[in-house]
Design a protein around this ligand. Structure first.
Ligand code: PLP
Length: 383
């Protein structure tokens, strides 16, 4: 019997331990040391981003974004329901109401035509989630945000090393966030970053990350002691995860290349099943160069998806569904509001199955997963 194939396995790119030793030798392990600054400089340069702040997680970066948007009770924030919890919880924490808008059937990203309709006088921000590293229609979303004089935030948790019209995801909204959780493309266990593309937000962002103190001003010699000036939190990342992450960021192109090669393999092997109308494969429009963050199939029904998942499990292959839509979650029903029916979201949540995808996945493993899927459909269509 063949070995199990995991859904994800954290990839090591080479220099992680060396940089961790260096961080220890440097003698500062708390936030905002040498590796924090090296990660920030690298992200700023690659994305043309005015200021990046390293955070303890993508969730922490989203919470900072929500604070910087100054949302509160009575304010609405437009976002997909087809996303991870943190996209919404960051804003709900401040009392805002998430307004869940349906996604496009091709990319599973916010449907920009519905977004324009969902804007009300209470709307304060739009959160664009680049699902699986495929860019949202940012031009249309930016236009909707600018027409309504509201903020555009990118949840680019999946989006490092992917572009929209040649520009890095995370660099396009007023604010953007990355996640370096071990399930993402570039990792450090738990970690994240806030991309600040509106320079007017930089000073307050630095204060919020430093527990609401003006410590950065103190470090720059602009005040003679630092004190409590705003309501922040301990959002920063320690130096050990940043040292690990710096190695990964330097190797990002290789990590993405490996994922793209595996995605290409899946696509080649599964294309005949898509052509036969048995399943659907991921789609990225020409403006969106994705990073192969996730590879998934969409079955024709929820029952068929569940049966395929069980079939793969029996062959010791892990696959996972995505997401329980936020508008039908316990908390989402309590604090959010769906913008009409969300048929595409409901169908995607029922029918989507993510396949194993990580840089160390082998071509042979991609073949084995694809063969099992083909065997499953051969049985289904024999009936
Ligand atoms: C992973 C993820 C987050 C949260 O990132 P963490 O680093 O795990 O806090 C937010 N949004 C989306 C879409 C994600 O996939």
């Amino acid at each position: 019997m063949s070995d199990p194939i995991p859904f994800n396995r954290p990839a090591i790119s080479g220099n992680e331990l060396g940089y961790i030793e260096e961080a220890i030798a440097l003698g500062q392990l708390s936030a905002d040391g040498a590796f924090t600054r090296r990660c920030e400089a690298l992200l700023q340069e690659r994305g043309g981003i005015p200021r990046v702040l390293m955070t303890a997680s993508g969730t922490a970066a989203l919470e900072m974004a929500a604070l910087l948007c100054d949302v509160g009770p009575g304010d609405e924030v437009i976002m997909p329901s087809f996303t991870f919890v943190s996209t919404a919880s960051a804003f709900v924490r401040n009392g805002a109401t998430p307004v869940f808008v349906d996604v496009r059937d091709d990319t599973l990203n916010l449907d920009e035509r519905l977004v324009a309709e969902a804007v009300t006088p209470n709307t304060r921000a739009i959160v664009a989630v680049h699902y699986a590293g495929v860019a949202c229609e940012m031009d249309a979303l930016a236009e909707a945000a600018s027409n309504a004089h509201i903020r555009l935030i990118e949840d680019a948790a999946h989006g490092i090393d992917a572009t929209y019209r040649g520009r890095e995801l995370g660099s396009l909204g007023d604010l953007g966030i990355y996640s370096f959780h071990e399930t993402k493309n570039v990792i450090c266990g738990e970690g994240g970053a806030l991309c600040i593309n509106d320079p007017a937000l930089v000073e307050r962002a630095e204060i919020l990350r430093d527990k609401g103190t003006n410590r950065q001003k103190f470090l720059r010699g602009e005040v003679d002691k630092y004190s409590w000036v705003d309501l922040g939190s301990s959002f920063g990342a320690g130096e050990i995860p940043c040292a690990f992450l710096f190695a990964q960021l330097e190797a990002a192109a290789n990590l993405t290349r490996d994922r793209r090669a595996r995605a290409h393999g899946y696509r080649e092997r599964l294309a005949p099943l898509e052509a036969a109308g048995l399943l659907r494969l991921p789609f990225a429009p020409p403006a969106a160069r994705d990073n192969a963050h996730a590879f998934f199939v969409r079955a024709r029904s929820g029952d068929e998806r569940d049966a395929l998942m069980a079939w793969l499990r029996a062959a010791k292959i892990s696959s996972v569904s995505h997401y329980v839509p936020l508008h039908s979650s316990v908390m989402g029903e309590k604090v959010g509001r769906p913008f009409g029916e969300l048929p595409v979201t409901d169908a995607a949540a029922a029918c989507l199955l993510r396949l194993p995808m990580f840089p160390g996945l082998t071509e042979a493993q991609v073949d084995r997963v694809s063969d099992e899927i083909a065997r499953f459909y051969a049985r289904v269509s024999d009936r």
